[in-house]
Write a protein of this length. Sequence first.
Length: 315
Amino acid sequence: MSPAQFVKESSVSGEWKRQGNRFTGRITRDAAAGPGEGPDDQDRWPVEPGRYRLVVSLACPWAHRSVIVRKLLGLEDAISLAIVDPIRDERGWRFTLDPDGRDPVLGIEFLADAYRRTDPTYEGRVTVPAIIDTVTGSVVTNDYPQITLDLSTEWTDHHREGAPQLIPADRAEMDELIEDIYRDVNNGVYRCGFATTQESYEAAYDALFARLDVLEERLADRPYLLGDTLREVDIRLFTTLVRFDAVYHGHFKANRNKLTEFPNLWPYARRLYQLPAFGDTVDFDQIKRHYYLTHDNINPTGIVPKGPDARVWTT
């Protein structure tokens, strides 16, 4: 068995098992707490423009979802954005992109400072995205699947005019598709990359490409996964696809074929990339530097590849 990149999330069989989300508060329209208050006894915080700060890494696919949705819905003025350095050291995500290495709103050097302020006993990985309450400095949530759903459903009073309806009225088909994509693709690439035995790697690899083949076939007769309309599930798939050839194909050994070799998935990904809030929120430099420079056990030399040429997304 090879050394694990994250020991606490590696099973004895060599399978990668992602940690759960520690902070699961929600910002909702029906919160019992008033402005400046919160959370209520159900861990609900009030919808309050200007109060919360979304902390992301532009390298992280889970965080990238929230960046896209925030921009699509026109919530930039309602929820401020903090971007951490893509290079994460043993102390976690750093605000070294900001003057003096501190977030100018929260006044902290590391996202871990907010985690510890909220739960001094927390010992898990510090993850993005996270929404921080600027009144108390506490973490409201790091529950990345729920964050984007709530931006669509709970912040409707602050959406821009003409904002897309990312959540269909009947969510059953989308929720099932989201679960399949999360298990086999979004998290599947990590289960390939962080596996520590040949058997666990191959099982994840097979599930990943089996699912991509299903999605490839699904996109043969429709522009988006659920038909003619852009939905939340498309955003969740996109943030993995846009990193696929640059990172997952080589770094995580997901190399049966490249995204550019899928006849339907590749045009679909390019079509999304060229929409507002998609391609203009992709930073390939930060993506590559994060993965290749922070996974020492996978890439001990720390060499960051020059390719692939990002111009293929727009030509």
